[in-house]
Write a protein that binds this ligand. Structure first.
Ligand code: PLP
Length: 452
């Protein structure tokens, strides 16, 4: 089933450069992959060697409006020339106030306040610290356990990373595991044998109910969940699951924090997916990435008015939420986010909704290949999950790294995908067209065949 590792990887390693990239392995730490991306335009990027590649993962799930948008570049430049920075502690800037208002108008329910951060990890960290602060102020300091799930990815700061549930990321890293309870991954493809999808949903919800009984609702502060687990392999949970988990939280006074760092800003066809796709109104929503289409680092947390009101009415009006980042509400980030939102509202959300079925259907055809166990996804995010054997759905051994080999073959044909061990994730810029989707599927098909 395995073919020789393409030479590409070895040729791309450069030991000279002082750049330490994310997720390095100890044995090769400090070595840098060659092949810088030099430029981007639309759904394409061009590497150092001049190869034009379709940007299958839209950078890291983020370049939603596509590369080289003059409107975004202008917005950044204009803002830098008007006001390059102002302290979020003592002042506000016009773009941050405007963006807060526009996001509040899009957010579901009473999520009409926003705390801006620098990205997704700091957004999740902020949401969790807010939950801790709120429970301290409200006189229930024991109510702080966080419920997360196997397969989740919520960030790389200490607290947010403690919620991560991808096995390979946990092996060598410390975490605040005494503060976190992990539930099963809601991946229907890997559900226990003998269960149909509806029974699997019952099983998952029941598991959460049992955790609440065992740990005690009075000790659980929040459940944090990506509506669709992204880096865990685009896990589309069974029907009804998200809503039932949310209702269980509501019934037990546990905050539901939807981590929409990937799913917001058009990836599922809406500004926020929680209400429009899953029918829930979370207590907080974390976002980043697509909010600026990756043109500037920015993230944030939408917070329910109810939670703020509870603080205002508490017995400790003097208590300080001692949390803030120098670049919270950065004016340039907020200016680019406003322009990005204009583009999304001006037809791109509709385009994403209209083209998603074609994208999913086209990639689904890859399931006929022997190596492919499942192609799953929603909106403009999808995952090709490769297996050692289709009947038992056994994943390939970790060291096979089939995703990386498929990616290398795809690159030779002009497509970047995001390899994740035995999977490849595809989440293109939302501006992708049907002929481009056809081409993407052709390249994937040829590259997977070559890998078998
Ligand atoms: N949450 C989710 C769902 C993510 O996918 C990511 C990053 O991929 C993060 C949080 C962390 O975001 P950042 O890398 O911007 O800190």
């Amino acid at each position: 089933q395995t073919s020789a590792r393409p030479k590409l990887d070895a040729a791309r390693v450069d030991r000279q450069r002082p750049l330490v990239q994310p997720w390095p392995q100890a044995g090769s730490i400090g070595t840098t992959l060659l092949g810088p991306i030099g430029s981007g335009d639309g759904i394409y990027v061009t590497d150092e060697a001049g190869r034009k590649l379709m940007d299958g993962p839209a950078g890291m799930w983020c370049v939603n409006v596509g590369h080289r948008r003059a409107e975004l570049a202008d917005a950044m430049r204009d803002q830098a020339m008007a006001l390059s920075y102002s302290s979020p502690w003592y002042t506000t800037s016009a773009p941050s106030l405007q963006l807060a208002e526009r996001l509040a108008a899009h957010a579901p329910g009473d999520l009409d306040h926003v705390f801006f951060t620098t990205g997704g990890s700091s957004a999740v960290e902020t949401a969790l610290r807010f939950m801790q602060f709120s429970n301290n102020v409200r006189g229930r300091p024991e109510k702080k356990i966080i419920v997360s799930r196997q397969g989740a990815y919520h960030g790389s700061t200490y607290l947010s990373a403690s919620l991560n549930g991808r096995p390979r990321d946990l092996n060598w890293m410390d975490s605040l595991s005494d503060k976190v309870v992990m539930l099963s991954c809601p991946n229907p493809f890997q559900r226990p044998s003998g269960m149909d999808e509806a029974q699997f949903a019952d099983f998952l919800v029941d598991e959460f109910r049992q955790v609440i009984e065992r740990v005690g609702a009075e000790n659980i502060g929040a459940h944090v969940a990506e509506p669709i687990m992204a880096s865990g392999g685009v896990i589309v949970p069974p029907a009804g699951y998200v809503k039932r988990m949310f209702e269980l939280c509501r019934a037990n006074d546990i905050l539901y924090i939807a981590d929409e760092v990937v799913t917001a800003f058009g990836r599922l066809g809406h500004v926020f997916a929680s209400k429009d796709v899953f029918g829930i109104e979370p207590d907080m929503i974390t976002f980043a990435k697509g909010v600026t289409s990756g043109y500037f680092p920015l993230g944030g947390v939408m917070i329910s008015a109810r939670l703020l009101e509870e603080l205002r009415r508490s017995n400790h009006p003097e208590a300080m939420f001692a949390h803030g980042l120098t670049y919270s509400s950065h004016p340039i980030g907020c200016a680019v986010a406003l322009k990005n939102l204009d583009i999304l509202e001006d037809g791109l959300l509709e385009h994403a909704r209209a083209i998603s079925p074609y994208f999913q259907k086209s990639l689904k055809t890859l399931e006929e290949l022997p190596l492919v166990g499942e192609v799953r996804g929603m909106g403009l995010m999808a995952c090709v999950d490769c297996v050692a054997d289709k009947v038992n759905r056994n994943p390939l051994a970790l060291d096979v790294e089939v995703g990386k080999r498929i990616d290398a073959h795809c690159q030779e044909r002009g497509l970047l995908v995001r390899p994740l061990i035995n999977m490849c994730v595809i989440s293109p810029p939302l501006i992708i067209t049907e002929p481009e989707i056809d081409r993407m599927t052709e390249i994937l098909s040829a590259s997977i065949r070559q890998t078998m």
